[in-house]
Design a protein around this ligand. Sequence first.
Ligand code: URA
Length: 236
Amino acid sequence: MDDLRQQYLDAMGIAVWVRRHPPAKTERSPGAAATAATLSDEVPAASEEPVLDWTTLQARVASCTKCELHRTRTQTVFGTGDRRADWMVVGEAPGADEDRQGQPFVGRAGQLLNAMLRAIGLSRERVYIANILKCRPPRNRDPRPEEVTCCEDYLHEQVALIKPRLILAVGRIAAHNLLKTSTPLNRMRGRLYRYSDTGIPVVVTYHPAYLLRSPKEKSKAWQDLRFAIRNGLEGE
Ligand code: URA
């Protein structure tokens, strides 16, 4: 067990955890969507096809001026990771570190997210990480509905290009905006949702920034990750 994974498990008070089936990355072949469909009876292969290719999408985001956030950003934060990933992690919006570096989850919350992924045998390079918003809201305020509306096609395109087998929504803002609900996050945990009309399973957990403030909740996040594994990695 490597140090980071051990650290995360220690922090959650979990002595030992052994995966029965390590999550080896499967080759994404044309048959992969059919494999994903066997995850649960009702998961169809992602039905929505992307409209844009990666290069065009990335260029559109980089030059986006659809909402006022373009005036205050240093740069857009598109997303990072494996474009053929089985798992996609969706957060809220870039913070100061992300705005400076152009990468999602590179600050303290990002370090914890990395440790959480390591605890389940994944790395940030093996998942795809993106946010609801591609630009930093000033002073890290919550995204406004009109900003989410302006940005949501970009995320939708990313999902359509990747066709992940599972989306992990971290935090209330990601969960509410991905799933178009205002159900309290606590009540969303441990339930399997679907992203839009793609049928892609969505699992909700706490935002790592919240876990940094409330470390006692890490054990619940651990439960959520295990729930996500059961719904997003089995059947490989
Ligand atoms: N919090 C988020 O939700 N996303 C980031 O990229 C960084 C912090």
